[in-house]
Design a protein around this ligand. Structure first.
Ligand code: ATP
Ligand code: MG
Length: 608
């Protein structure tokens, strides 16, 4: 893993524009954040800040050359789980803006809460952002940062706030503090410790930091306004005591900063220009600005200060996107892990067969606005179809195999057949597969007593075996329960596709097939939405009650012989079914395992 902070001597070479993920059909839509950035670049106000090549307070940046990046954004996850599709929106927005404006996007871990965080998640998150096509280590500047590296600076700023009379140590028990906080309609009440002298608070803060006080006995609070109509501004807590081991700083600290304190300071230390966050933080913006102003007054930051802009988070129906709930799904065994293809995590989407391009296309299509957003999974699925249609090689796969015997076909004959790898790209060549007397066809392609309008196989009817011969059904065999075990047919030797005789036959049905002697048996995992309800966690409901028991179904399929050597992650369109990927964890060429990525058409609506 690369170091969090480049060495002090890191040259501030102008970062070259990283190789951007170029998505041909993803037109860059303008939106209110782009407009805000344009307006800020117009005034040139951010152009005068210096950048020493690494984060730090004004004292460290002073005298350094002007920041070569016109804008700096950041993606700041907490390493307490794997990223989900909602995070993809934020990643594409932040990294995408930096690319478009030749700026920088910082990959920052907001790792200020020691209890829930873990190195496993740090590694998983970095891998995911890179897989999505974004990079932070380019042009001689490595913008991988950890808020925990700023603990020393945070603490200095805290002492400054105390000395300047902007913060105090409160020693009320937690329940009294809560009771005095007021409500949305009633103002709060001042803490009896609010009038403490700066000296007294400073002494206590230092003692807290030194480990002389137990958890819960004291907190550091900003001194703002207990009567503010904005509850966030009622003397928010800045630091609390936690005797907890941190995954990076170990036991160096026993006081930890609150998110609302650490976040704006991290942005300012990193020269961030535009701090994009979700709408829930709109009420926190006055605190964001207040803290940065107070710290800038103390000489800690250059101006102009970073600016927070809120956008609507992505919510998707038929799933949940809270890390806590995703964690519960994993821990309860409702799914097989964070990368179970039923999950909305990006590692799961990847395993399911999603491409980085399809996820970026999705992010572009859903756009960025202030309006609350519920997106149907069909939008994500369509982005995948649109990406894979042009890319995925075609193949035959029989997912619910039923035997077909061509009774007039010679026992040992192997009739070579061909089909294009991709119907619109003849340059990608041909697939080769033999036709033999015993074949597998899809069970649903035969009906002993066909309903009206059924034009596939039934006794007396003719269909074309795609890329092969026309056949005529002569009968079938069934077991004692009446279940069909074998279909019998004659083939018409002069009807082979691509030969002059083929045109003489007009049939309505065209079915796919695989030679029984040459087909490749495979495990195919069929996936559906994880939840049956559009809003599984609406109104505090237990989302686990609407888990779709059919969301994963394993079938024994027979694949076209050419798939015998498919490597993990190889993607195909199984004709008439959908897009499938060789599972990146379980697939072996000898024991093939494929996942359904997406069906050819949206079938959810029809199913219900
Ligand atoms: P959770 O509540 O599930 O833990 P979070 O928002 O706390 O999610 P973070 O790791 O703090 O997760 O998020 C990192 C970044 O991703 C934040 O800037 C956040 O605004 C953004 N983000 C998280 N969820 C979404 C979402 N559903 N849509 C858009 N952006 C999101
Ligand atoms: Mg969070």
């Amino acid at each position: 893993m690369t170091a969090a902070t480049p060495p002090a001597s890191a040259p501030s070479a102008p970062p070259s524009r990283p190789e951007p993920p170029r998505d041909a059909d993803a037109g860059r839509a303008s939106h209110f954040i782009r407009q805000a950035v344009d307006a800020d670049l117009e005034t040139g106000q951010y152009a005068h800040r210096s950048w020493a090549g690494r984060p730090g307070p004004a004292a460290l940046q002073a005298g350094a050359p002007p920041d070569p990046a016109p804008i700096r954004t950041r993606f700041p996850p907490e390493p307490n789980g794997y990223l989900h599709i909602g995070h993809a929106k934020s990643i594409c927005l932040n990294f995408g803006l930096a690319l478009d404006y030749a700026g920088r996007c910082h990959m920052r871990f907001d790792d200020t809460n020691p209890v829930k965080e873990d190195q496993e998640y740090v590694d998983g998150i970095l891998d995911t952002v890179r897989w999505l096509g974004f990079e932070w280590d380019t042009g001689g500047e490595n913008d991988l940062f950890f808020a925990s590296d700023y603990f020393g600076w945070f603490y200095e700023i805290a002492e400054h706030l105390v000395r300047a009379g902007h913060a105090y140590v409160d020693s009320q028990p937690a329940d009294e503090m809560r009771a005095r906080r007021g409500t949305l309609t009633e103002p709060g009440t001042d803490s009896p410790f609010r009038g403490r002298s700066a000296e007294e608070s400073l002494r206590l803060l230092r003692a807290m930091r030194a480990g002389s006080h137990a958890e819960g006995t004291h907190v550091l609070r900003a001194k703002i306004d207990m009567a503010s109509p904005n509850v966030t501004m009622r003397d928010p807590v800045l630091y609390r005591i936690r005797f907890a081991h941190h995954h990076r700083t170990g036991d160096a600290w026993c006081i930890y900063p609150m998110y609302d304190f650490a976040h704006p300071l991290s942005d300012a230390l990193e020269n961030v220009t535009h701090s994009l966050c979700t709408l829930e933080f709109e009420d926190h913006r006055p605190l964001y600005d207040w803290l940065l102003e107070r710290a800038a007054e103390g000489g800690f930051f250059q101006r102009p200060l970073p600016r927070q802009i809120e956008f609507a988070r992505l919510n998707m129906t038929y799933t949940v996107t809270s890390k806590r709930k995703l964690q519960e799904l994993v821990q309860s065994g409702a799914v097989d892990g964070w990368d179970d293809p039923r999950m909305p995590t990006i590692v799961a989407l990847r395993r399911r067969g999603y491409t980085p391009e399809s996820i970026r296309l999705f992010a572009e299509r859903i756009g960025v606005s202030k309006a609350h957003q519920w997106v149907d999974p069909s939008v994500l699925e369509q982005a995948l179809r649109d990406d894979l249609d042009a890319k995925a090689a075609r193949a035959f796969a029989v997912l619910d195999p039923l035997r077909l015997e061509l009774v007039n076909f010679p026992e040992t004959l192997e009739e070579p057949c061909t089909a294009p790898v991709h119907p619109h790209h003849p340059d990608r060549g041909l697939r080769h597969f033999p036709l033999t007397r015993e074949l597998w066809i899809e069970r649903e392609d035969f009906q002993a007593q066909p309903p009206k309008g059924f034009f596939r196989l039934f006794p007396g009817n003719r269909v074309r075996l795609k890329h092969g011969f026309v056949i005529e059904c002569t009968g079938f065999e069934a077991d004692a329960d009446g279940r069909v075990t074998k279909v019998l047919a004659n083939y018409l030797p002069d009807s082979k596709s691509g030969t002059p005789g083929a045109d003489g036959y007009k049939v309505k049905g065209n079915i796919h097939w695989v030679s029984a002697r040459h087909g490749v048996p495979a495990e195919v995992r069929m996936y559906e939405r994880l939840f049956l309800e559009a809003h599984p966690d609406a109104g505090g409901r237990d989302y686990r009650e609407s888990i779709n028991p059919q969301a994963k179904r394993i079938v024994r399929a027979i694949l076209e012989p050419g798939l015998a050597n498919a490597g993990a992650d190889a993607r195909f369109q199984f004709e008439r079914h959908g897009y499938f990927v060789a599972d990146r964890t379980d697939h072996r060429p000898e024991v093939p395992v494929f996942n359904l990525s997406v069906t050819l058409k949206d079938s959810w609506g029809a199913r219900k």
